[in-house]
Design a protein around this ligand. Structure first.
Ligand code: ZN
Length: 199
C-alpha cells in the first residue's frame, strides 16, 4: 500500500458519507454520488478519487447505506441510528455475563475452562432483535459458531439428504455412503435434529 493511501481512503469515505448525509432518505443512483464525490475531491485536494464504487459498496456492507437495487443506495438516518442500537454496549455485555455467571448458557463452560465467551442476540439482529439485556445470552466460541451457522448447516443437511436420496435411486453406493457418513455426523453432534433424515 502506498504511503498515505490509507489516510486518503479515509478522507474519501468521509466524503461519500458527507454526500449521503446531505441527501437523506432518497434513492440515489451511483453516477449522481460518484460525479459529486469525484468533482468535490478534486476541488478540495487536487487528487483523483479512485474507485468510488468500491467505497460505496463497503459503506453498504457495513450497514451505513441501504442497497435498494443494483447501483442504487439510500441513507436512512433512522436505520443508521438503529444499527447502533442493535449492538451491545460494554456495560450491557458485562451485565449479561454477570447474570449468566460468566458461563456459556448451553454447555456451562467459562473462562476458567479456557474458553472465550461471546454475547449473542437470542433473537438475531436480522429478525429485529435488539441489544437489550433480556435479548442477550452468553455463549462459548463453539456454541456461538454453531448458532451463527445454523442457517447454513440447515441448508447443508437438506442438500445432503437430497443427494443421499438421489444416490440411492441411482444405485451409486460410494456417493450414498459418503452422504450417509456426513449425515451421521450431523446426528452425532445433534445439529439440526428437526430436519429428519429417513435412512
Ligand atoms: Zn458452550
Amino acid at each position: 500500500m502506498k504511503k498515505g493511501s490509507r489516510k486518503n481512503n479515509h478522507a474519501q469515505k468521509d466524503l461519500i458519507i458527507e454526500f449521503f448525509k446531505k441527501n437523506p432518505s432518497r434513492d440515489i443512483k451511483h453516477p449522481e454520488v460518484v460525479d459529486w464525490v469525484v468533482a468535490t475531491y478534486k476541488k478540495r485536494t487536487g487528487n483523483v478519487f479512485r474507485d468510488p464504487d468500491r467505497a460505496i459498496r463497503q459503506l453498504s456492507q457495513r450497514g451505513f447505506l441501504i442497497k435498494i437495487a443494483k447501483g442504487i443506495y439510500k441513507y436512512d438516518p433512522q436505520k443508521a441510528h438503529k444499527r447502533k442500537l442493535e449492538d451491545f454496549t460494554a456495560a450491557q455485555k458485562e451485565a449479561i455475563l454477570k447474570r449468566d455467571d460468566y458461563k456459556c448458557v448451553i454447555c456451562g463452560r467459562g473462562k476458567k475452562d479456557g474458553v472465550d465467551l461471546h454475547i449473542d442476540h437470542i433473537k438475531p439482529k436480522d429478525f429485529g432483535g435488539e441489544a437489550t439485556i433480556e435479548n442477550g445470552q452468553t455463549l462459548c466460541s463453539q456454541h456461538n459458531f454453531i448458532k451463527k451457522n445454523l442457517k447454513q448447516t440447515e441448508t447443508g443437511k437438506k442438500m445432503f439428504i437430497r443427494l443421499y436420496e438421489l444416490a440411492k435411486t441411482e444405485g451409486n453406493n460410494d456417493l450414498k455412503e459418503f452422504c450417509a457418513d456426513v449425515l451421521e455426523t450431523y446426528e452425532k453432534y445433534g445439529i439440526n435434529g428437526h430436519i429428519i433424515w429417513k435412512k
